[in-house]
Design a protein around this ligand. Structure first.
Ligand code: AMP
Ligand code: GLY
Length: 432
C-alpha cells in the first residue's frame, strides 16, 4: 500500500515513522514534510493546504490512503475532495471538522445530546450587552472563547469579571478576526486536564491513547500559550476505567450524534477532557492528533498503525482492538528562542546523533533543514525528543539525557515536562 501523510511537523514525523514500520505499507510519502521526515518517508513538495494539488497528486500516484495531520486542510475540505476523487483518507469531512472549527457547534451538539461539558451561552457580536450581563451575573472565574479557529489564542480563562469583559471586547473588536465574530462564554471547570485520542470510522471508535500536554512556553506553566511544549503518556487522570467512562459518556455519544445528523465522523477525535468530581467532562474537541501528543502516543501503540488506519477508512473498527506497550513516554519540545513569537532561522543544532543514541529515545523533527550535513533550525518548534521507560521518571530521565546532548544555544525547552503526572506518581502503565 502507498500512504501519503499531509503536514510537516513532528506529529507528521511520528505518523510517518509509525507507518513505515507497518507490514501493510510499502511506501510512505509526506507532503511537504521536512528534512528529518525524509529519513522515514519520500517528501512531496506540495503544501499541506494546497488542496487541488494534493488531490491531483493522490490520484495520479495511486495513493491508497491519505492521512491528514493538521486541521486547516480538513476544515478546507481536503477529505471531501479526496472522497469525490475516489481516494481513501483518514480525517473528517469539512462538515464533521466543525467539531474543531466551531466551538459553538460543538457546545450546541453536546447540549442536544446530553454530553457532559461546561454550562455555556453563545453570543453574536450584536449581543454584546447581553453577553456582558451574562458574565456579570455568572461571576468569575469564567471562560471566554472565540468561536472559530484562533490558533490556540482565542481562549481566556478569566479570574475576574473585568478580565472576562476585556476578552469579550477583544473578540468582538476583531482581535481574532472572523473567529471572534461569535463568542462562547462558559463555566470554569475544576479538575485534572487530560486528552483522549480515539480513532473513529463513523460508527465505532477505538482508543489510540491518552496524554497530557504542556501548553505554556515556560517552566511552572508560565508564559504565553504555545502549540504545546511537551507531553507524556499515559495520562494519570485517565486510567482504563475513566477512559471507558469518557468513551461511553462523551466519545461514543458524539459519534452517534454526528451520524444521526448526517455528518458521520471518520478520523481521529482528540477529546480535551476535564476529570472532576462527577467524572469526565468535555473541554473541547480537535479533529486530528495532537502535536506533541502524537509523538508520545504512537510509540506506545503495540497494534500496527497501518492496520488501524485502513480499518478506520473501511469502517471495520467494530471488529478490531488496540493493544499498548506497558511503557511510559515523555516528549520534550525544543523550540527556537522567541517562540511562540517570531523567530530567527538557520541556527545549527549539534549532537542530534548522540541524542538519539540514548537508550529508549527517539527524535521527531518539526522544522529542520539539512545543509551540507548540518542540521539547521527552520521555525518555532523544531524537534520533539521522546523518551520511553518502564516508569514515567525513567522516560523523563532518558528524554532529558538526550536533550542535554544537543548543543543548540539558539534554542530552549521546558525542564519540567511531566511534573503534574510525576506528582500523581503513576506506577506501571496500564491501558492507553
Ligand atoms: P481550548 O482551546 O478550548 O483547549 O482551551 C485552552 C485551555 O483553556 C484548555 O486546555 C484548558 O486548560 C482551559 N479551559 C478551556 N475551557 C475551560 C473551562 N471551561 N474550564 C476550565 N479551563 C478551561
Ligand atoms: N498540543 C495541542 C494541540 O495539538 O492542539
Amino acid at each position: 500500500m502507498r500512504v501519503l501523510v499531509v503536514g510537516s511537523g513532528a506529529r507528521e514525523h511520528a505518523l510517518c515513522w509509525s507507518l513505515a514500520a507497518s507490514p501493510l505499507v510499502k511506501t510512505v510519502l509526506c507532503a511537504p514534510g521536512n528534512a528529518g521526515i525524509a529519513r522515514d518517508a519520500e517528501l512531496v513538495p506540495i503544501a499541506a493546504e494546497a488542496v487541488d494539488e494534493l488531490v491531483a497528486f493522490a490520484r495520479r500516484e495511486r495513493i491508497d490512503l491519505v492521512v491528514v495531520g493538521p486541521e486547516r486542510p480538513l476544515v478546507l475540505g481536503l477529505v471531501d475532495r479526496l472522497a469525490e476523487a475516489g481516494v481513501r483518507a483518514i480525517g473528517p469531512s469539512a462538515a464533521a471538522a466543525r467539531l474543531e472549527g466551531s466551538k459553538a457547534f460543538t457546545k450546541e451538539l453536546c447540549a442536544r445530546h446530553g454530553i457532559p461539558t461546561a454550562a455555556f451561552r453563545v453570543f453574536e457580536a450584536r449581543e454584546r450587552d447581553a453577553a456582558r450581563t451574562y458574565i456579570e451575573a455568572r461571576g468569575a472565574p469564567i471562560v471566554v472563547k472565540a468561536d472559530g479557529l484562533a490558533a490556540g489564542k482565542g481562549v481566556t480563562v478569566a479570574a475576574t469579571v473585568e478580565e472576562a469583559l476585556a476578552a469579550l471586547d477583544a473578540a468582538f473588536d476583531g482581535a481574532f478576526g472572523e473567529a471572534g465574530a461569535r463568542v462562547v462564554v462558559e463555566e470554569f471547570l475544576e479538575g485534572d486536564e487530560a486528552s483522549l485520542f480515539a480513532l473513529c470510522d463513523g460508527r465505532d471508535a477505538l482508543v489510540l491513547g491518552t496524554a497530557q500536554d504542556h501548553k505554556r512556553a515556560f517552566d511552572g506553566d508560565r508564559g504565553p500559550n504555545t502549540g504545546g511544549m511537551g507531553a507524556c503518556s499515559p495520562a494519570p487522570p485517565l486510567p482504563p476505567a475513566m477512559v471507558e467512562r469518557a468513551m461511553a459518556e462523551i466519545v461514543r455519544p458524539t459519534l452517534a450524534a454526528m451520524a444521526a445528523e448526517g455528518t458521520p465522523f471518520r478520523g481521529i477525535l482528540y477529546a480535551g477532557l476535564m476529570i472532576g468530581p462527577t467524572g469526565p467532562r468535555l473541554v473541547e474537541y480537535n479533529v486530528r492528533m495532537g502535536d506533541p501528543e502524537c509523538q508520545v502516543v504512537l510509540p506506545r501503540l503495540m497494534t500496527d498503525l497501518g492496520q488501524l488506519l485502513f480499518g478506520a477508512a473501511d469502517g471495520m473498527l467494530g471488529r478490531m482492538s488496540v493493544r499498548f506497550y506497558p511503557t511510559h513516554t515523555l516528549g520534550v519540545v525544543l523550540a527556537t528562542r522567541g517562540y511562540p513569537g517570531p523567530v530567527g532561522r538557520g541556527s545549527e543544532l549539534r549532537g542530534l546523533e548522540a541524542a538519539e543514541a540514548v537508550e529508549g529515545v527517539h527524535l521527531f523533527h518539526a522544522a529542520t533543514r539539512k545543509e551540507g550535513g548540518r542540521w539547521l533550525a527552520d521555525g518555532g518548534r523544531v524537534l520533539t525528543v521522546v523518551g520511553s521507560g518502564a516508569t514515567l521518571a525513567e522516560a523523563r530521565d532518558r528524554a532529558y539525557a538526550a536533550v542535554d546532548r544537543i548543543d543548540w544555544p539558539e534554542g530552549f525547552c521546558r525542564r519540567d515536562i511531566g511534573w503534574r503526572a510525576l506528582a500523581a506518581s503513576p506506577g506501571p502503565a496500564r491501558g492507553g
